[in-house]
Design a protein around this ligand. Sequence first.
Ligand code: SAM
Ligand code: SF4
Length: 431
Amino acid sequence: MTLSKRTAKRHFSFILYLSFIIMQRGRRSPATILRQLLLVSRTPLFSNKNCAPKKLYAANPLPLFEDENDGKTKTEWKKRRQTTADELKPPTTNTNTNQQFSMLTDTFNRHHDYLRISLTERCNLRCLYCMPEDGIDLAPKDDLLTTEEIERLVKLFAKEGGVRKVRLTGGEPTVRKDLTDIVERISRIDGIEHVAMTTNGVALKSKLDALKRNGLKSINVSLDSLVKAKFEFMTRRDGLEKVLKSIDEAIRIGIETVKVNVVVVRGQNDDELLDFVQFAKEKPVNVRFIEYMPFNGNKWETRKMVSYAEMFDTIQKKYPSIARIPDETKSEVGKNFQIDDFQGTVSFVTSMTNHFCGGCNRLRILADGNLKVCLFGNAEVSLRDAMRVDNASDDDLKAIVEGAVKRKKAKHAGMENLAFMENRSMIRIGG
Ligand code: SAM
Ligand code: SF4
């Protein structure tokens, strides 16, 4: 009997995984091992099912990139990549008429009033799509921005740049001991209207009261599976119960907005789309299905990405009444939908198949103090070194930030190129 290369690879990987599970058996119950084997036998690597995307770009009324990409080699991708006339055109912008805040207005007249700050590179989970298998080299603690440095930068961005919203992220922001203090300092800053946080929710529940008291308005909780074994597989850790309790507590104490972020990966959790829609039916939360994005070390493949169009089709078949909620702002990243009398809503974050660069209003400060003007671009500038090494004044910092913002490109490199570009791993960016 001859085995195809693909089948041989599958068998080899299965044996490897089996050995791993047996090695771990002392630490897991037989029921957990059985569940994990069942689960893993359904993932693309191990399953006989054809896992090619059913439909990456559907013939439906949703605005998507045209073109397809399956079956192309890396070299073919690169060859196909040319700057198009369209890319040279300025994007539709969130126009800034207020020249007072020119520090954060780029050459395409996009004004950036939303700052995302990563507080740490550490995390209490190890999500497959985020944390590289071999882990990451953590920056030493002294290399991270201090509470005071974060406060100074937010003051500058609010005063000189007109930043109004700050999101704290990570790694996992709840592992940082001064989290509640940071929230309090930021929410007191003149001009800051909204402090939000993205968290995996594992260690959130006991902190929620203090966070709310100190000014936290909204949270996004990442949750990729409602099935315990699958949660453990995708995050390489236990914790589903804790995350669910945190979500319930956030609703109970009246956090203004509670969103649930679901990164959809084919063969892992795409069979749970309707379960998550049911979640939005029963709870006043916004469930956001996020297209799987490529970052360093996350083993992204086109076939693993489930497009917005495909997700939408699946949901619309069960809920034909699903209706688009008009965007409140031009910088809305989610396409938001209401279904019947649901308590919650569902959204799609379509960074891969329908980017929203034209309305981008976001900047990122990473835990080590680097300013990153685009999630998918690798251009960074160290504000920490400017402050610590060069003793920069606020005017110096303003000039550095303005220079970086003015160099921001019109849009990201396109789905077909992102996978081959050098970028940080997501855990060191923060979403
Ligand atoms: N630890 C927190 C959490 O998980 O919410 C905050 C940091 S995490 C990097 C921020 C967000 O990025 C999460 O919602 C996560 O699901 C999302 N994310 C991470 N890797 C991703 C990927 N490859 N594609 C799409 N979203 C990703
Ligand atoms: Fe940690 Fe969030 Fe990345 Fe998961 S997505 S590994 S929880 S930082």
